[in-house]
Ligand binder design. Structure first.
Ligand code: TRP
Length: 450
């Protein structure tokens, strides 16, 4: 391991940045609309299954690869499998991370618009909010402006480097977001149709879940955990030797799922109480939340707080996406950090503009019924991330020495207990067989190939 690379300063910082990368729009924006479009409870259950059966082991695989080599994605694979073609997993990661950064920034831009609107007031209540969001998202220059502004914020943080920029922000923001979500959960539970919303979220009705829905649940698991494109390889290359990998992986998955479930508890009671549609798609949260705030005392204050924190949570996530390309560009292509950041953000600005306009003047540009925005999301989340995850888990399971897996997974304890040894065994079995096979089968069915 190279000793001159940056490292995260504190133990809590390690968890905070990993959770900070995981928790973002994926939990609060993407999870509710995916669950809403794919049958609610059944989607949640299948999603959780993927998170713990596949997600946790693959997080561990990324951690092992990253910390063992202390290198960026491409160099890590080159070091572990010299002369072999595994380095292209790194390219998948870079491609997917740029696609995600582009459409993600559009949604983060919406949250910025909604910070402003929290001050000026939303135009309607309940159903009439639908027109309001559509009018904004299709208005052309405004969503584009926010997308670009958001990417500039990213640039500002990224150029400052790993420790100062990312870690400090994640430490402060994550607990604040969590507390605020708790308040909103309690508020939503007092709404008139709370029971109906909770039933929708928690009662699994498998007749509503299609093979495509199962693929979406898997894509959501990967997306939400920031998994499959080596983001966590990059982050864990900054971990210290004694950081407990299994605990960090399990805690990340648990907290990440908890936040998604909390978002569901906030959104679905409101959907039914205000007569809205759970299957509204990407705009769901942006129509439901203003309705919630409108019904709360001091709604404007809550609204500002919420969208500010959502904006910050998006930043800690996008920063982790960019770090994948930046680590590659600086260490493999020998670019300066500033130049690498500029290139990454610049490409995302161009693609992000196209994504933002796909809700307006480029809306007619579709592939298989998906706009550019939808296509980027589908390609990245449902195809590239799972393929990346499959390759990473296969690599860790079959190409790495068992002694490497053991020593990395057990690095924090001198004398591992029985439970730890069992956990290691389970993770290895999942990496070798369960995760690759599961991902492959879900693919066959979900893409309609079978
Ligand atoms: N997990 C983040 C979210 O839920 C998004 C994200 C950050 C991500 N980094 C990633 C997704 C890397 C895939 C890969 O909002």
């Amino acid at each position: 391991m190279k000793e001159n690379r940056a490292q995260f300063a504190t133990k809590i910082g390690v968890v905070a940045v990993t959770v900070g990368s995981a928790v973002g729009l994926g939990n609060i924006w993407r999870f509710p609309f995916e669950a809403g479009s794919n049958g609610g409870g059944a989607f949640l259950l299948v999603n959780l299954l993927f998170v713990f059966l596949i997600g946790v082991p693959v997080i561990c695989a990324e951690f092992i690869i990253g910390r063992h080599t202390g290198a960026n994605v491409r160099a890590a694979f080159r070091q572990l499998a010299p002369g072999q073609k595994w380095g292209f997993v790194g390219y998948i990661g870079i491609l997917a991370s740029v696609l995600i950064l582009s459409f993600y920034s559009v949604v983060a831009g919406w949250t910025m618009e909604y910070i402003v609107r929290s001050f000026t007031g939303f135009g309607g209540t309940g159903r009439s909010l639908e027109g309001e969001f559509d009018a904004f998202a299709s208005s052309g220059w405004r969503p584009v402006m926010w997308t670009l502004l958001f990417l500039l914020c990213n640039y500002w943080i990224l150029a400052r480097g790993v420790e100062k920029g990312i870690e400090r922000m994640a430490n402060i923001m994550m607990p604040a977001l969590f507390l605020l979500l708790l308040v909103f959960c309690i508020n939503s539970l007092t709404l008139p149709e709370a029971g109906k919303g909770l039933r929708f979220l928690f009662y699994p009705d498998f007749s509503k879940l299609t093979a495509k829905g199962v693929l979406n649940a898997m894509g959501q698991a990967f997306f939400s955990l920031s998994l499959g494109l080596g983001g966590l390889i990059t982050y864990s290359s900054y971990f210290k030797r004694h950081t407990p990998l299994m605990k960090t992986a399990a805690l990340t998955a648990a907290l990440d799922s908890l936040v998604a479930i909390m978002a569901g508890v906030i959104i679905f009671p409101a959907v039914f109480s205000f007569g809205q549609q759970p299957a509204a798609g990407p705009k769901l949260v942006f129509e439901v939340l203003p309705a919630i705030f409108g019904s709360m005392t001091g709604g404007a204050v809550w609204s500002v707080l919420f969208f500010v924190l959502l904006f910050l949570a998006s930043l800690t996530s996008t920063v982790s996406m960019s770090e994948i390309s930046i680590a590659y560009l600086t260490e493999e292509m020998h670019m300066g950090r500033r130049g690498a950041t500029r290139l990454n953000i610049g490409v995302a600005m161009v693609l992000g503009t196209v994504c933002a306009l796909s809700f307006g003047c480029l809306g007619h540009l579709t592939v298989g019924g998906l706009t550019v925005f939808g296509l980027f999301d589908y390609l990245a989340s449902n195809i590239l991330l799972p393929v990346g995850g499959m390759l990473i888990s296969f690599f860790a399971g079959h190409r790495l020495e068992r002694s490497v897996l053991d020593s990395e997974l057990l690095s924090s304890s001198r004398r591992p207990g029985r439970l730890e040894v069992l956990a290691v065994r389970l993770i290895v079995v999942s990496l070798k067989w369960i995760a690759p096979a599961c991902i492959f089968v879900v693919f066959l069915f979900g893409l309609g190939l079978f």
